[in-house]
Design a protein around this ligand. Structure first.
Ligand code: SAM
Length: 184
């Protein structure tokens, strides 16, 4: 599914269960829909995020490794130790167009790091790339979607999702959905 890359994981930092359930769920859903195959929630676990991701996988197919409550630093250290590269998305980084060719041409597993509020200095130093999707502040959801779309050159939108119970037949006006046992 991921062309030459066997592992493309997203590491979500700084999740605050009281405020970030919806946005972190969206980060996880974008990771899945745009071609990543792992999602790691650093520092905490949040049942509602996990439930939404699992329900989406069950109904709409595909597979995605999920883990939570782990130290973000340890994930980064182990990723690098195992030969992977770390790509931190930040508005302070280098423009995506300057580095995406190099990132795309490397077959090393990719860990894409996104923050919430302030990201610790450690991640800027540990990253192989600090990448900006424009140098304006916006959102981790948008940054991740644009980055993955650039990485896969738009092909991820057509990747198959095996095991789906629901499937949309594109329709210029109404909604056509087939299947759906146990899914709303
Ligand atoms: N000051 C933050 C920063 O370093 O990008 C903006 C915080 S924003 C609410 C949360 C996350 O969205 C950031 O940690 C970053 O991962 C992502 N983000 C926001 N704007 C971005 C941009 N222009 N380029 C890349 N990532 C961005």
């Amino acid at each position: 599914m991921q062309e030459a890359y066997r592992r493309v994981y997203v590491l979500r930092l700084g999740h605050r269960p009281a405020r970030d359930k919806r946005i972190t769920t969206h980060v996880a859903l974008v990771a899945r829909a745009f071609g990543a195959n792992g999602f790691i929630l650093a520092g905490v676990c949040d049942e509602s995020v996990e439930r939404s991701l699992k329900r989406t996988l069950d109904c709409w197919g595909g597979s995605m490794h999920y883990s939570c409550g782990v130290s973000g630093r340890r994930v980064v250290e182990e990723w690098k130790r195992d030969g992977g590269e770390v790509i931190h998305l930040t508005m302070y980084g280098v423009p995506v167009d300057e580095v995406i060719g190099e990132i795309r041409s490397s077959t090393r597993p990719k860990l894409i790091v996104v923050g919430a509020e302030k990201v610790e200095r450690y991640y800027y130093d540990a990253a192989d790339y600090n990448v900006a999707i424009g140098n304006q502040p916006h959102s981790e959801v948008a940054a991740l979607a644009v980055f993955l779309d650039r990485l896969y050159r738009g092909r991820e939108l057509y990747y198959p999702f095996y095991g789906a119970k629901l499937q949309i037949i594109p329709n210029p006006r109404g909604k056509t959905v087939i299947g759906g046992a146990g899914c709303k």
